[in-house]
Design a protein around this ligand. Structure first.
Ligand code: MN
Length: 309
């Protein structure tokens, strides 16, 4: 019988999915019988990875029966998780983001300031002397390389690079670039996406001082795929901002090869905010945020501070 459900955040990235699968194995070692679900479709990068490793794609859900015991991975904000979270028994949070969670009962929380949730899980396995299969080692490495954008992101720590070196020895994947580039390419393959899927590829909703902010990041080796559809994107941003009563919305197109962030900004109100916070100019709805590759470290903290004022 399944006794605990594990899932990752809406609009998932590779770290969140790998980490859910890695944590499922961890809980099995602790005599649980977990099942991993997804709340959203996989992006092309993760689909490519699971296919490469011959791993099953988890079933999609939007809610679970009341009192189901759950573990949430790579997120902790209500806006990003399963719809009926308040009816469920939250037992575990494994994460590496800022915290804004209120819980009704005691639970296990493990979060560290590392580049990926997979790095946190690597340490948990080591500390507990748990056995790990080759597949799980590979998922860990993929998640670390993906979330750190091959160590280019400002979230990367010394510890992450040491963990990656240890994983290199174990997996015998010696050329990180050769291993991760096809994944980055797969993620950047946005031609066939309709505009709604494109802009919802990796959005995150935040609530600051009762205001709703949506911050998108589209990591790609081909930023032109998104930028040449700017007008269509702006129409959607407008619609979403109105429909969801948002205070602020932005979409960062992050060039992971040249390490540059071009952000699409909707209106003059948002433009003023972006200009003030990031010390830049918005022209034709575009702002150059330079090498701000990391949403969690170089974008969200500034926004949070601004809206808390
Ligand atoms: Mn992550």
């Amino acid at each position: 019988m399944i006794d605990i459900a594990i899932f990752w955040h809406k609009a998932p990235d590779t770290d969140s999915i790998c980490s859910s699968l890695i944590f499922a194995q961890y809980l099995k070692n602790k005599w649980y019988n977990p099942k991993v679900y997804k709340l959203w479709n996989l992006n092309n990068e993760t689909a490519y990875l699971l296919n490469m490793l011959n791993m099953e794609v988890p079933e999609t859900i939007s809610s679970l029966p009341p009192w189901t015991r759950i573990a949430i991975v790579d997120h902790n904000e209500k806006a990003q998780t399963i719809d009926n979270i308040d009816e469920l028994e939250l037992e575990y949070i494994i994460d590496h983001h800022k915290f804004s969670v209120n819980t009704n009962s005691p639970l296990f929380i493990r979060a560290e300031r590392l580049c990926s949730t997979a790095s946190v899980l690597y340490k948990m396995y080591k500390e507990n002397w748990l056995p790990i299969s080759k597949e799980i080692w590979t998922l860990m490495l993929a998640a670390i390389l993906s979330d750190s954008l091959l160590f280019r992101s400002a979230t990367t720590t010394k510890e992450d690079t040491i963990i990656a070196e240890e994983l290199k020895n174990i997996t015998q994947i010696n050329d990180f670039k050769e291993f991760i580039n096809p994944l980055f390419e797969a993620k950047s393959d946005l031609w066939d996406l309709d505009i709604e899927s494109l802009i919802k590829y990796d959005y995150k909703e935040f609530e600051v001082a009762w205001k709703k902010l949506w911050v998108w990041t589209l990591e790609t080796v081909n930023p032109s795929y998104a930028l040449w559809r700017k007008d269509e994107i702006l129409k959607w941003l407008k619609k979403i901002k109105e429909d969801s009563s948002l205070e602020f919305i932005m979409l960062s197109v992050v060039d992971i090869f040249w390490e540059n962030n071009t952000t699409i900004v909707l209106d003059w109100i948002d433009s003023k905010i972006v200009e003030e916070i990031f010390n830049t100019k918005v022209e034709n709805n575009l702002a150059n945020l330079k090498n701000r590759l990391s949403r969690k470290k170089q974008v969200v903290p500034e926004l949070t501070e601004y809206f808390n004022r």
